[in-house]
Ligand binder design. Structure first.
Ligand code: ADP
Length: 505
């Protein structure tokens, strides 16, 4: 592997004309690698390669295509430790999370490749006994996959595994913060010998992503990332009716703790939801909506943990929270903590700046920010309780009354990604189930966690489709409804006359 990492286009490691950029370990500030940055020329070449490879790839059976994915599955398993550590080094997630990212990726590949032998489509009845009616799916063509840094292995496979098994070709751009994970995954595709042009890697920034979205030869865009970029992509794609985008974006997710909650579960779920991955999951919770009857006890117990939760070296298994991903993100989270103060909230825990003694040796250049917890009035239209921060920034919102009131607060956001309810009362859970405006819901659990056999994505401003697992099939295929006549003449449905009446001369 060369020191300066290249693009992978049409089965070749390819130089680009552009600038270079580096990947940095957010816990130490060390450089992990130097990467060439894709320009519009490489975007053009990669899309052209994917376009040219499409006809041959789609002509293989689904089962043959899946065989390549099974080889990738074994690579992911064999390189679990190496890739898990790369995830942790590059994005700063604690090591069990780094390894779980890889595990989720092979689960996704297993699901998609296993699905290749399952029935696809529907056979439906026809009004006419001599007709067969059924539905077939066809691949759409070139799929642009644009992914974020926080699940640098799992999310790309959410997009790519199904797209490839269904017969599409792929141009993938990993996030600029995690190009090393992208490099390792591209090496796997190269090693297993996926036909040239079927899989292409572009390393770079948002400009390369935007050029992929705008390219006329791209049929489908699968995107996971910020609401700002996702809405931009959805808008660009909407201008071309032959193109399709499935976008999964951010959230301002809540955990509802009712008067009937088991408080052990509630505190545990709230801590996981707010601080796992240092609050940098799209499903992380920045709002805890807690009933007044249990509020004081919940607050005291939650604050106690938030004060002590272990922030530190993510490669150390005793760490709970690693660093934030980059300096710019430290600035963003810090500015929201400042904003909350300006907006007049009551601050309960402020570990925005960690004291030197909490920072492990050799990690002085890491991007450290600890938990920030405050109380706010759920009826106030505060920016800090309505805008996504994407960090360990969490509001306690006390409510009185019944579950209807809690759900009203939960729904008071433009987003609709994830939510959790903690309650021992099934009627409260049922009300929440029927009225919470979320794409992912959890009962007596943190509002984080995904399994690949469930769809993943949100409603409202959190998404316009599910770019993961079985739902990707909808995004990357078109349906054709077939009617086949086995009769000797033509007979139409609805009693429509098939007679061709002619005039007598
Ligand atoms: P995050 O805030 O999590 O970094 P972003 O939405 O900024 O999320 O980035 C997610 C992915 O989208 C990254 O791969 C990034 O390079 C890419 N991206 C950023 N801007 C654009 C854009 N204008 N068009 C397409 N892709 C973009």
């Amino acid at each position: 592997m060369p020191n300066l990492h290249q693009q992978y286009i049409d089965g070749e490691w390819t130089d680009s004309d552009g600038e270079t950029f580096t990947s940095e370990n957010p816990a130490t500030g060390d450089t992990l690698g130097e990467f060439q940055r894709a320009t519009t020329r490489e975007v053009d070449e990669a899309v052209a390669a994917a376009d040219a490879a499409f006809e041959e790839w789609r002509s293989l059976s689904r089962i043959d295509r899946a065989e390549y994915l099974w080889d990738i599955y074994h690579e992911l398993r064999d390189r679990h430790q190496e890739l898990g550590e790369a995830v942790t080094r590059e994005c700063g997630k604690e090591i069990s999370e780094g390894k779980a990212d890889v595990t989720e990726a092979w689960h996704m590949v297993e699901w998609a490749a296993g699905d290749a032998r399952h029935p696809k489509g529907d056979v439906v009845p026809s009004e006419i006994p001599a007709k067969d009616a059924y539905m077939r799916r066809n691949p759409r063509g070139v799929t642009a996959c644009i992914t974020p840094w926080n699940f640098p292995v799992a999310i790309p496979f959410w997009h790519m595994a199904v797209a490839l098994v269904e017969g599409n070709t792929v141009v993938w751009k990993p996030a600029e913060q995690t190009p090393l994970c992208g490099q390792i995954i591209a090496e796997m595709f190269d090693d297993v010998g996926v036909p040239d042009g079927v899989f292409n890697l572009l390393q770079g920034h948002g400009d390369a992503g935007a050029a992929m979205v705008e390219d006329d030869r791209v049929d489908t865009v699968l995107f996971t990332g910020s609401a700002e970029v996702g809405h931009q992509i959805a808008e660009t794609v909407a201008a071309d009716s032959s193109k399709r985008a499935a976008c999964e974006m951010g959230g301002k997710n809540a955990v509802v703790v009712t008067d009937e909650a088991d408080l052990d579960i509630a505190v545990h779920a709230a801590v996981m939801s707010s601080f796992k991955t240092t609050g940098q999951r799209c499903v992380s919770s920045e709002r805890l909506v807690v009933h007044t009857d249990v509020y004081d006890e919940f607050k005291q117990r939650f604050v106690e943990v938030a004060e002590r939760v272990a922030v530190g070296d993510p490669l150390d298994e005793s760490t709970f929270m690693g660093p934030l991903v980059e300096d710019a993100h430290v600035e963003k989270v810090t500015s929201y903590n400042d904003l909350a103060r300006t907006e007049g909230v009551d601050v309960l825990v402020d570990r925005t700046e960690l004291p030197d003694e909490e920072i492990p040796d050799g990690h002085e250049n890491g991007h450290w920010v600890g938990p920030f917890v405050y109380e706010a009035d759920p009826d106030e239209p505060l920016r800090c309780t309505h805008e996504e921060v994407f960090g360990p920034h969490v509001a306690l919102l006390e409510y009185e009354g019944d579950i209807e009131r809690a759900v009203e607060i939960q729904n008071d956001t433009d987003y609709g990604l994830a939510g959790a309810i903690v309650s021992e009362d099934y009627r409260q859970i049922n009300y929440y189930r029927d009225h919470a405006e979320v794409g992912l819901a959890y009962a007596n659990l943190p509002c984080i966690g995904a399994e690949v056999q469930l769809p993943f994505g949100g409603v409202k401003k959190s998404g316009n489709g599910y770019p993961s697992a079985r739902e990707v099939i909808e995004a990357v295929t078109d349906r054709t409804a077939w009617t086949v006549n086995n009769g000797e003449g033509i007979e139409m449905a609805q009693g429509l006359s098939a007679d061709i009446n002619t005039r007598d001369d």
